[in-house]
Design a protein around this ligand. Structure first.
Ligand code: NCD
Ligand code: ZN
Length: 344
């Protein structure tokens, strides 16, 4: 007997599409399964203004494969010079869905991010007024703070004070990796949290045991097993606070397999298979649709997709180890487990 599961088409609430040949090479991997995605603005240089977001959106639309049904939801990269009126106008016109906050230096291409949070207060206040969500990369950059503690420290030192100072601001805690992140998101008002596919599968041992594994290195870095289990419990709980943001973040292999390798796991290709197997393992297949297709739209005030996606359970499926792009090969995340579910 074949087992199938039909869900509303999923959306990816945190995705790096890059630009140029990488964009053209990898957009099909996302557009095959996902109807919409929140597009990260950390290009070089970053997407800061409404005009830059419009131009980037056009490049994404023209990279879409023939016949693809995929809508990019654009974001603006928050800088200390961001103009609140430009943000509000880009939101009002429907061009831009959210603003992304990177603490300066926290991750890939974040040098133009925020150092002094008082300087972005007028933007945050305007966003609270108009109901525009702020997507937050939640890690402190203080060199004194251990990299495995940076998310928990960010919640106490930055996120909680920022939310108290700006009542009504809708915040997405992006790619949470800790029990502290789960607990804080669950208890908060106007708060959502994305969880990546890879953080449901790996802990820090995957990166470091038996040789250093650059394709499991991403930011925020995977933590101890107890944190992975907290993320699994949150994702499969059915709590609408938590939804999928893959943070699929491609880098060409030479940039990963280097003495100073880039952060990012590329999961667009096999995310839906991995998630179906993960939710099945946790006896939560009936909650997969909420996580991938319902909670995100509800947080963003958008309708869920009408189209559906059907997954089929069968003999383990294999995905390509790498996808070739005009900017070099990109390794597909290896979950180190058989994947029985595939998209029909
Ligand atoms: C992202 C990237 O490569 O742009 N890397 C990552 O490890 N997730 C940046 C980010 O989202 O932090
Ligand atoms: Zn990211």
């Amino acid at each position: 007997m074949t087992q199938t599961l039909t869900i509303r088409r999923p959306d990816d609430w945190h995705l790096h599409l890059r630009d140029g040949a990488m964009l053209r090479g990898l957009l099909p991997e996302t557009a095959r399964h996902f109807a919409r995605a929140i597009i990260m603005p950390n290009l070089v240089p970053p997407v800061v203004t409404g005009a830059e977001a419009a131009a980037y959106r056009d490049r994404i639309l023209s990279a879409r494969p023939e016949g693809a049904d995929f809508t990019p939801l654009m974001t603006l990269y928050l800088t200390e010079d961001t103009d609140p009126e430009d943000v509000a106008a880009a939101h009002a016109s429907g061009l831009v869905t959210a603003v992304k906050l990177y603490p300066a230096g926290a991750t890939t291409n974040s040098a133009s991010g925020v150092r002094d949070f008082d300087r972005v207060r007028p933007v945050l206040e305007r966003m609270a007024e108009i109901g525009m969500p702020l997507c937050v990369h939640g890690e402190v950059t203080d060199p004194e703070v251990d990299i495995f503690d940076r998310e928990a420290a960010f919640i106490d030192r930055v996120l909680d004070p920022l939310r108290r100072a700006t009542p009504g601001l809708r915040v997405v805690m992006e790619h949470i990796t800790t029990r502290q992140g789960v607990d804080y998101a669950r208890d908060g008002k106007d708060l959502g949290a994305t969880i990546t596919t890879h953080h449901l599968v790996i802990n820090r041992n995957h990166i470091l045991v038996g040789g250093i594994k650059p394709h499991y290195y991403c930011l925020p870095v995977a933590k101890r097993e107890e944190h992975r289990l907290a993320l699994r419990a949150a994702a499969t709980s059915g709590d609408p606070t938590f939804f999928l943001g893959t943070d699929s973040a491609p880098h060409a292999d030479p940039a990963k397999e280097s003495s100073c390798g880039c952060a990012g796991c590329f999961t667009a290709t096999n995310t839906m298979s991995i998630l179906a197997d993960v939710f099945e393992m946790d006896n939560a297949l009936d909650r997969l649709e909420g996580f991938t297709s319902l909670h995100g739209p509800a947080f963003y005030g958008l309708p869920a997709n009408d189209a559906t996606l059907t997954l089929t359970r069968g003999a383990p499926v294999n995905y390509p180890a790498k996808i070739e792009t005009g900017d070099g090969p990109v390794t597909v995340f290896d979950p180190q487990m058989p994947l029985h579910w595939s998209v029909s």
